[in-house]
Design a protein around this ligand. Structure first.
Ligand code: C2E
Ligand code: MG
Ligand code: MG
Length: 400
């Protein structure tokens, strides 16, 4: 079930201690990876650009350049490799370095405390998903489109199938069985290629066209869900933007799609993402309540980030919390992440809500979540989002 790349990765190491660097390279090669080492920051960045490593190992404490400066330079070089931080320093300093890496947009993949063993090196490599993100960033051209052009392009894509859906499975943590799917929008433009969802979702919210995306995704996702054979306990999750919670048509539109696809609302979870500010709270509350009364499950997406709050959980009729991936990905090697996830799960359970964790990238994270009593898990470790043909094949391979 594990997603990932089966070919060995390329690991680039920077360490100012040549002995340590050479030993690390020997351990990395023993784990089946290609490896190069340097103690020169400029050469390191050149190799990042020319050799395109899948992983970089950065020593946090170096003589002339410190590790944080190296992380900043990696970010400026738009490095997409998984970043492993190695250091002899303890707990909170390493956590701070990790946060620094993530805040700079780097794909933080793990810590390697010194002195390291061959097993520890193999473990950090096995845990870090050396996966290239499937969405590309060429979509920035989208910003050059006028509102009219964006509308034409979006409506065109919805009509001709360029705007499609990828399905990402969710499993029950305790059972390991498929519990449902999240439908994620995928727009493949003939010129721009794959456009990152957040780019066009945000633009669509701004120009008042988000319902084009919601309706297209909901119709495609529920049509497949209604036709394909599924256990009736499985649910399909659809993302609904908070910007839509002031559209009084939302509940009617979703009910119509459910009817057309022959899927009962109780088998649908609406994940409310707050990429835009909630407008009129009273209208939002009314619409959410009507959706809940119609049987839909309501999930508060990206829970724990600045966008969603405890007050909303308590005051709105949500039935699920979805813990944001930024907390989940560090489970297993960050005590603060563990403490935060545990309290989010406690809060959710205390309010009688089901809990899902997204961004589960490692078996360690899944184990920690299962121990903490999280209900459902979703993430690259279980499966990546897949187009409809692939998900059918993936389900065929799953144990019943
Ligand atoms: P989201 O609803 O929180 O969706 C989860 C995102 O996490 C997806 O990104 C998914 O591909 C990614 N993901 C899943 N597993 C992992 C993992 O293990 N590690 C990491 N690093 N990421 C993982 P995606 O598809 O790029 O979507 C980004 C966001 O765009 C979504 O976040 C959602 O807010 C928005 N979005 C996507 N489709 C729709 C849609 O149909 N309607 C609306 N309103 N928003 C959508
Ligand atoms: Mg979501
Ligand atoms: Mg989310």
């Amino acid at each position: 079930m594990t997603a990932g790349v089966s070919t060995p990765g390329r690991v680039l190491v920077i360490d100012d201690d040549r002995m340590v660097g050479r030993m690390l390279v020997a351990h990395i090669r023993a784990a089946g990876f290609e490896a190069k080492v340097t103690d020169d920051p400029d050469e390191f960045i050149e190799l990042v650009e020319s050799w395109k490593p899948t992983h970089v190992f950065v020593d946090l404490v170096m003589g002339e350049t410190d590790g944080l400066e190296m992380l900043s330079r990696l970010a400026r070089a738009r490095c997409t490799a998984s970043v492993v931080i190695q250091s002899g320093m303890g707990g909170r300093v390493l956590d701070a370095a990790r946060q620094f890496a993530e805040a700079n947009g780097l794909a933080y993949a793990g810590l390697l405390p010194k002195p390291f063993t061959r097993d520890a090196v193999a473990k950090v490599l096995a845990q870090s998903p050396h996966i290239v993100e499937e969405t590309h960033t060429e979509g920035s051209l989208l910003h050059t489109w006028s509102a009219e052009q964006f509308e034409d392009e979006l409506r065109g894509a919805a009509a001709n199938g360029d705007l499609a859906v990828a399905f990402q499975p969710k499993i029950g943590c305790a059972s390991g069985r498929v519990a449902g799917f999240e439908a994620l929008a995928r727009w493949t433009h003939p010129v721009l290629g794959a456009i990152p969802p957040l780019e066009y979702v945000t633009r669509a919210e701004t120009v008042g066209l988000i319902e084009v995306i919601t309706d297209t995704v909901a119709l495609q996702a529920l049509t497949w869900f209604g036709q394909s054979r599924h256990d009736t306990k499985e649910r399909m999750a659809i993302n609904v933007s908070a910007a839509e919670l002031s559209h009084r048509t939302l509940d009617d539109r979703l009910r119509v799609v459910c009817e057309a696809a022959n899927v009962e609302p109780r088998r649908v979870v609406l994940e409310v993402t707050e990429t835009a500010a909630i407008g009129d709270q009273t209208v939002s509350l009314e619409i959410l309540t009507r959706l809940r009364l119609a049987g839909f499950h309501l999930s508060i997406d990206d829970f724990g980030t600045g966008y969603s709050s405890m007050a909303q959980l308590a005051s709105m009729p949500f039935s699920e919390v979805k813990v944001d991936r930024s907390f989940v990905r560090n489970l297993g090697d960050s005590l603060p992440a563990e403490v935060m996830v545990r309290s989010m799960l406690q809060l959710g359970r205390g309010l009688g809500l089901e809990c899902t964790a997204e961004g589960v990238e490692t078996q360690v994270a899944l184990d920690v979540l299962t121990r903490m009593g999280c209900d459902y898990a979703q993430g690259y470790h279980i499966a990546r989002p897949m187009p409809v043909e692939e998900i059918e094949a993936w389900l065929g391979d799953c144990p019943a």
